[in-house]
Design a protein around this ligand. Structure first.
Ligand code: ATP
Length: 322
């Protein structure tokens, strides 16, 4: 009998985030190049009398403990599909910055899903798990699969990508998060302000950059850096200008990373975490030390990509009763 299961799930960085115009339903079509990076949350599930959540980690106080937590929603959705009561204790050891543009909540949703699936032995297929992930949120399917992938649609329609080497990153974690919907709203506002329009009819359909995909395939950090800074606003991330507009101090963080020798500096997803590509592991340590000393971020973390998706790391079994 399984007593508890622990699953480790990675954060992500968007090597490219091309954002189409606002659709009539308010969402945006994306060409989203996801890379899983080696910063992890760990979700442990244990049978309990009722669904409850506990959280530990530096940002634990910002994580909801109620049914809005994506980990709780994942457990409920899986349980409902299999006619099970979701009586589990979900413990989240949180190391991914909260509301940091690194898909931390999505990681917890994917991790809880995989852990509950193993605990309840539902026999769900990979397709069913991915389906539940897509219902939970656009970034959740990628948290389950990890590695590298191109996300189309709202980001949930995934095609795996080949990565030919290890990339070394530094993540500058900010104090306080940014709301993803607010950043998309600001992106629309800035586009409308420029006069070219912000709807799906005004903005060219988002496409992945061939140069960026080639650089990933080759494992070439210098070529990837060129592609990361090649977009219309000097970034492969179409949300970068909006994140900087809402949080102008991010411009200082990006500059500090470049001055510290990063090959490329960009906002991670909707921010406010900033991502810096380094030449190698030693280069990443050097950039992290300089960023931490710059006073432009709360902390600087080093992590490599690609990283594996949600993975069971521990299974405790109860001794059979005599
Ligand atoms: P993304 O990169 O996918 O846009 P993010 O990394 O910017 O997301 P999250 O850390 O996922 O942001 O948190 C966004 C909001 O989601 C939080 O402010 C919180 O209210 C809510 N949330 C729900 N479940 C969780 C969770 N398990 N961990 C953190 N936040 C959660």
């Amino acid at each position: 009998m399984i007593d508890s299961i622990a699953v480790r799930v990675p954060a992500k960085v968007n090597a490219q985030l091309a954002v189409g115009g606002r659709r009539p339903d308010g969402f945006h079509d994306l060409a989203n190049v996801f890379l899983a990076v080696g910063l992890y949350d760990e979700i442990t599930v244990t049978p309990a009398d009722e669904l409850r959540i506990t959280v530990e980690g530096p940002d634990a106080d910002q994580v909801p403990r109620d049914r809005t937590n994506l980990a709780a929603r994942a457990a409920e959705l899986l349980a409902a599909r299999h006619g099970i009561e979701p009586r589990v204790h979900l413990h989240i050891a949180k190391d991914i910055p909260v509301a940091g543009g690194m898909a931390g909540g999505s990681a917890d949703g994917a991790g809880a899903l995989l852990a509950c699936d193993a605990l309840w032995n539902t026999g769900a297929t990979r397709e069913e798990l991915l389906d539940i992930c897509a219902e939970l949120g656009s970034d959740v399917p990628f948290s389950l699969v990890g590695g590298a992938a191109l996300g189309r649609g709202r980001g949930e329609l995934l095609t795996p990508l080949t990565v030919g080497g290890t990339f070394h990153w530094v993540f500058a974690v900010a104090d306080g998060g940014l709301s993803t919907p607010a950043v998309y709203g600001e992106c629309d506002r800035l586009r409308a302000e420029r006069g070219a329009g912000d709807t799906i009819d005004d903005v060219p359909a988002p496409e992945p950059s061939a140069a960026l995909l080639d650089a990933l395939r080759a494992g070439d950090a210098t070529a990837l850096a060129a592609a990361l800074t090649a977009g219309p606003d000097g970034s492969s991330n179409d949300l970068q200008a909006a994140a900087v507009s809402l949080r102008p101090s991010l411009a200082d963080t990006l500059r500090a990373g470049t001055e510290a020798g990063a090959l490329a500096s960009l906002v991670s997803g909707s921010g406010p975490t900033c991502a810096f590509l380094a030449k190698d592991a030693a280069g990443a340590e050097q950039v992290a030390t300089a960023l931490a000393a710059s006073g432009t971020c709360r902390t600087a973390r080093v992590a490599a990509s690609p990283a594996a998706g949600a993975t069971v790391v521990r299974e405790d079994r109860r001794a059979p009763s005599a």
